[in-house]
Design a protein around this ligand. Structure first.
Ligand code: C2E
Ligand code: MG
Ligand code: MG
Ligand code: MG
Length: 281
């Protein structure tokens, strides 16, 4: 760092790499502290049925408030938490928050499902399915109201062990979705063996509609889902053109800023209370 070097004593030197490491370590330390002090938040984004525009579920998404009133993106801190071994505890906390949220929704007369993202290290904890079962029992939640979103990186990690865990989860009655589908290039032959109920089409295959390939990959995933007898949900839908095309292709559900952004718990409850599906054809 040139600027610092100028007025520091001779030999004081930090390479870019060291600086980056220090930045990461500082962030991890702060994250651990903020998690322990219960400063993390879980926000919720609605998921809608394409046909009826009814809200059928929501996705729980971590939020980390920073001092300046802004939020640090989970795209940045979740990978750090994974590497630092923090994601297992944080993930368990998110699951518990999701259970509490589901109870509130049921109490309000809107018993919709809550989807929770699960990282590879969580999946690797021995008896993961058993721990999920215990949490659901503790919170007295019907398993089908909780959906676990796993990415292809989870699936590709150790297929044998993963299939076993997913099977246990399915027997338990929780739903499983394959998140960011199509970005991880997992072998399609694995897909047949995997117990899951939904495919989430990644935003990467949606954001360019109606330009370029006009949703060729989205259409492929939708038809794959149909042939496998699984539901498909499109994530990151921002425009009417995207929505119209995906609906026409037969996509079952939709999640995106066009319908609603992720919201804090109380705001999501208020949203649901006043939400009326607009007439759709
Ligand atoms: P994801 O699971 O694929 O979540 C969907 C992301 O797309 C969310 O980003 C959501 O805010 C964003 N999104 C939804 N609709 C739109 C849209 O119309 N336009 C755009 N531009 N974005 C949209 P977010 O909340 O920043 O989360 C990023 C990623 O961080 C998640 O991707 C997930 O991989 C990870 N993550 C978030 N919460 C958790 C968690 O509790 N546990 C774990 N393990 N990972 C999490
Ligand atoms: Mg997700
Ligand atoms: Mg996703
Ligand atoms: Mg994604």
């Amino acid at each position: 760092n040139q600027a610092k070097q100028g007025n520091q004593s001779v030999g004081w030197y930090t390479s870019d790499l060291e600086e980056k490491m220090a930045w990461k370590l500082g962030l991890i330390r702060q994250l651990r502290q903020d998690f322990e002090q219960r400063k993390l938040e879980v926000w919720y984004q609605p998921q809608l049925c394409f046909k009826t525009l009814e809200v059928t579920g929501c996705e729980a998404l971590l939020r980390w408030p920073s001092d300046n009133g802004r939020y640090i993106s989970p795209g940045i801190f979740v990978p750090l938490a994974e590497n630092a071994g923090l994601i297992v505890d944080i993930g368990q906390w998110v699951l518990e928050q999701a259970c509490e949220q589901q109870k509130k929704l049921a109490a309000m007369g809107k018993p919709i499902s809550v989807a929770v993202n699960v990282s590879v290290p969580q999946f690797k904890v021995p008896n993961y399915a058993q721990s999920v079962k215990e949490t659901l029992l503790e919170y007295d939640i019907e398993p089908h109201f909780i959906e676990l979103e796993v990415t292809e990186s989870v699936v590709m990690d150790e297929v044998g062990a993963v299939v076993e865990t997913l099977t246990e989860l399915q027997e338990l009655g929780v739903e499983v979705a394959i998140d960011d589908f199509g970005t991880g290039f997992s072998s399609l032959s694995y897909l047949q063996k995997l117990p899951f109920s939904r495919l989430k089409i990644d935003r990467a295959f949606i954001k360019d509609i109606p330009d370029n390939d006009s949703g060729a990959i989205a259409e492929l995933v939708i038809s794959l889902g149909r042939h496998l007898g699984r539901k498909t949900i499109a994530e990151g839908v921002e425009t009417q053109a995207q929505s119209d095309l995906l609906k026409k292709m037969g996509c079952d559900e939709v999640q995106g800023f066009m319908y609603a952004k992720p919201m804090p718990s109380h705001e999501f409850m208020a949203f649901l209370k006043s939400y009326k599906p607009k007439a759709s054809d």
